[in-house]
Design a protein around this ligand. Structure first.
Ligand SMILES: [Zn+2]
Length: 330
């Protein structure tokens, strides 16, 4: 016998309203809120510090920070970006070299990313907020902070969070921000693992990942984390590399080649963990509740945007208080 059963999952924005303009950081171990001043009543207090080195500052919320011997197994691509040499070179030519794959240049890439975000941000939300596109944009794997600085300049968000696993990249990002006199009150640097994001569930309006997805050790875990931290209706926008068969511009025809490239780990230029097909990226997003896939692509470059399932309510004014209703057969 099959009957329909409704399961109600409450979904409301937690935390006090007064701090809603600020980033809701959580401890990567106990997952409770951490505040700007260490407060053990809120969090276990064991895992995070505010690091000050070379006159820059970032909040370290990466759990292996104090481990002497343990290191997560990583492929060469990821580790490369933790070296001072590559961190230093990244914005001084390295990033522009992606033009070989079809990357259109940072200005154009940023413009398209912003256009996708605007298209996804509903008009009502825009009217109700002081900021054009939301309170918090999170730039994961921010590298030298190229796009994080552009988000600050856009003034479309109250707060920009620039996060990376690599300490050396955060040093670069912080130095660039200083050199360009970026408003320090508008940006927060956080060291974090993209597979274990230290942000409260449903607290971020937009997550951006520029040329990063192909470097992550576990894209499934990372994109699931991104989906978790996004507000309902929030946007994930990312650029990455398609596999070499994309140059033929016929995905159906070239699927066997793509399967071969993926299984043989060929075509990733040695520096990266993997390249993609468009359909794989769609699947990856859909698997973790990110929908309405839209993209621009050119040769091996793709920039795509997806939206977190938004809660449909009869009264739009109460969208934050609304419940998600699932139907389940038993
Ligand atoms: Zn804790």
């Amino acid at each position: 016998m099959t009957s329909s059963r409704r399961i109600i999952i409450g979904f409301s924005s937690s935390g006090d309203d007064a701090s809603s303009s600020f980033v809701k950081l959580t401890c990567p171990i106990c997952t409770r809120r951490v505040l700007e001043k260490k407060n053990k009543d809120v969090c276990c207090g064991k895992t995070w510090t505010i690091e000050r080195k070379n006159a820059y500052e970032y909040i370290d919320l990466e759990i292996s920070r104090n481990a002497n011997s343990f290191r997560e197994a990583k492929l060469s691509g990821t580790s490369l970006f933790e070296t001072p040499i590559v961190s230093n070179a990244y914005e001084r030519g390295w990033r522009d070299s992606f033009a070989w794959a079809g990357f259109p240049g940072k200005e154009k890439e940023f413009d398209v990313a912003m256009r996708f975000v605007k298209e996804n941000t509903n008009q009502r939300q825009q009217q109700n907020q002081k900021q054009q596109l939301g309170e918090v944009v999170l730039d994961v794997s921010c590298g030298s902070g190229l796009f994080a600085r552009k988000f600050v300049d856009s003034k479309a968000f109250a707060r920009v969070v620039a996060s990376d696993f690599s300490e050396n990249m955060l040093i670069e990002a912080s130095q660039f921000a200083r050199e360009e006199n970026i408003d320090a009150t508008a940006i927060t640097f956080v060291r974090a693992d993209v597979g274990r994001l230290p942000f409260e569930t449903g607290s971020v309006d937009v997550v951006h990942a520029g040329a990063a997805l192909h470097c992550w050790p576990s894209p499934t875990q990372a994109v699931a984390e991104i989906s978790r931290v996004l507000k309902p209706g929030g946007t994930f926008v990312a650029s990455t590399f398609l596999d070499p068969s994309a140059n033929l511009n016929n995905d159906d025809l070239t699927k066997p080649f793509s399967d071969f490239f993926r299984d043989a780990k060929i075509g990733t230029g040695g520096a990266f963990n993997r390249f993609w097909t468009e359909q794989e990226l769609k699947d990856l997003c859909q698997m973790v509740g990110l929908e309405d896939f839209k993209r621009e692509r050119e040769r091996q470059y793709i920039l795509f945007a997806v939206k977190k399932n938004s809660v449909r309510c009869e009264d739009d004014d109460e969208v934050e208080e609304c419940d998600i209703v699932l139907s389940m057969d038993d």
